[in-house]
Ligand binder design. Structure first.
Ligand SMILES: [Zn+2]
Length: 155
């Protein structure tokens, strides 16, 4: 009944995140460069930011799931997308907390919280809170369109 299995399929004993639920996606820099367009690479792998009001999903209303453009992990749902008028797609929560990871970003003379894909470590954007948008979480996940791929929901 309470038999324990001692074999881990991956054999990865160095994993530092025991509660990590999202399968990790690891590729070399060369592999990412081959898979992604130069624009996608600049944001996802180099932490760049697309220019405001230029992303394809900024005003997107379609119901569906937003996946990581690099690895396909489901990151956000359209139900949590809201009109922030900040120039980038904005969500008030990730699809699940285990889909993203947070990194303190002290670049550009301020402290911001960077949001990355938990599976492939790709840069998605930043999260801000307490801005008074009136959403359930009072958070704004400010995400680059180019880091996402919208999968419309089939009726
Ligand atoms: Zn990813």
């Amino acid at each position: 009944m309470s038999q324990t299995t001692s074999s881990t399929p991956s054999g990865d004993s160095t994993a530092a995140a025991p509660d990590q639920q999202v399968p990790q996606v690891r590729k070399t820099d060369a592999e990412w460069r081959e898979q992604l367009t130069p624009q996608e690479y600049a944001v996802l792998r180099n932490g760049g930011t697309e220019r405001p009001y230029t992303g394809e999903y900024t005003d997107e209303k379609t119901v569906g799931v937003y996946r990581c453009r690099a690895c396909g992990t489901e990151l956000f749902r359209s139900e949590t997308k809201f009109d922030s008028h900040c120039g980038w797609p904005s969500f008030y929560a990730p699809l699940a907390e285990d889909r993203v990871r947070y990194i303190s970003d002290r670049s550009m003379g301020m402290t911001r919280t960077e949001v990355r894909c938990a599976a492939c470590d790709g840069h998605l954007g930043h999260v801000f809170e307490g801005e008074g948008y009136g959403t359930p979480t009072d958070q704004r996940y400010c995400i680059n369109s180019i880091s996402l791929t919208l999968q419309p929901e089939r009726p």
